[in-house]
Write a protein that binds this ligand. Sequence first.
Ligand code: FAD
Length: 517
Amino acid sequence: MDLKALYMYASVPALLLCCAATFIQSPTDVYGPVSLHEPTPSSARDFGAVVSDAPFAIMRPDSAADVALLLRALSSAPPRPRATVAARGAGHSLQGQAQARGGIVLETRSLPRAVAVVASDGDGGAYADVGAGALWVEVLEECLKAGMAPLSWTDYLYLTVGGTLSNAGISGQAFKHGPQITNVLQLQVVTGNGEVVTCSPTESPDLFFAVLGGLGQFGIITRARILLQHAPPKVRWVRAFYDSFEKFTRDQEFLISMPEQVDYVEGFMVLNEHSISSSSIAFPAHISFSPDFGSHGKKKIYYCIEFAVHDFQEDDGSSVDHVVELVSGGMSYVRPHMYSAEVSYFDFLNRVRMEEESLRRQGLWDVPHPWLNMFVPKHGIARLKDLLMDTVLAGHFDGAVLVYPLLTDKWDRNTSAVVPSTPDGVMYIVSVLRSADPSRCGPGCVEEILEQHRRVADEACRVGGGIGAKQYLARQPSQAHWRDHFGSSWDRFAARKARFDPVRVLGPGQGIFPSTD
Ligand code: FAD
């Protein structure tokens, strides 16, 4: 049976299981050069653990050519029924975005993951060519051997290059360098039509910009060329506590106005003692901030700014001391509650790994994660904070709430990523991060949290008169919601789909382009 015929069967659910059971015993015999495998439990699971859509099969490609073979076969198959393909990197999506019900999950981790560091391309630029299935921690380890590192990060490094470039990839460096999607020089992409294309801002730029932040809709990224800089051996990591949201955000904006001095800025809400202890697992300095959180009904909350300065140890760290002194002199934290620690650059970037290990020990890693992430324009950030206080944070809350500013002019509007309009150029990322184990929070708690987040997102993202926020990393419930999400860039997004994946093979788990609409 050839691949075309297979996919006529593959979308008929009744035949799926029997076909899979028979064929998977020797997939290469059945599928010729494209080898598929029986689905694994992880192919129908992600970090969010709220959506579980089983695929028909998984594919572990050895090369871009393998990916091209599959996509060419599928895109030229008869119109209906046709199987779909979802790229799966590390599977850290929240709502099934890397899943393909009844289709094929293509595991990008099996692509070559070698990291080739080129310290200079002759113009003084340095870059790394990396396989899209490489984890950022693997990229970091390899680059550090050459004393180099990418400029822009995510907080957690066990995510794939292809996965974060399909979203945006942000962390505390993004105010200075932009998101990860603006630090890419070139991509190798296999389009939905099965064409292997090398693209960049000057070579096939339409595909290059479509795929960045493109939610896996236009092609499978197989390689990426990432911009590098010299890596500092160490980082001075500083935390300062606040009792006023207004002072907290004002000081964050002060810090991001000093990209020459400051290399990283984030922040989080301090909701209880646990907020301090859980966020301090990797932070090596002792924190003696133990404020009054008030009694029930009169809750008091606090805030913590986190910033970092790269330490190249040019003169025994004194220049870093000078920068921290200069910067902190202009800040309005609750004195004396500023703490600092010197850590290796690797440990600083890999700090969330320790939180992961702690959550694993508590049995809170492999449980549902109903998260809410939003980009909020500066003018709406105080209202958004009040909205969270009246809803998500009104009752018992276990989790973390990150709040930190980004500069929209660091985002390239040619990419497919969506950010809000901000007249002053400042937006905040607000992330409500929760682990919800139904055996502890009760049956139905995950759905209740999701519903609560939906109401907050609806209010914050409401078109006209709302806060004007945009969700990040979310799966919208319908195409109408996706249109609202993209706003004026919807037409461009839809045109990109029609051009690069006209028969809608890719990215079914995002629910943007249903195969029958
Ligand atoms: P997957 O979940 O495997 O895939 C995500 C999407 O990208 C899917 O639609 C998939 O089909 C598509 N895709 C994957 N690979 C490719 C490819 N090669 N080509 C085309 N499409 C592809 N994000 C941030 O920006 N900043 C953070 O600090 C941050 N921290 C996080 C911490 C944790 C603990 C977790 C779980 C997530 C975090 N994220 C963060 C979100 C993360 O960036 C996204 O979920 C990202 O997609 C994860 O990468 P992945 O390899 O797991 O992707």
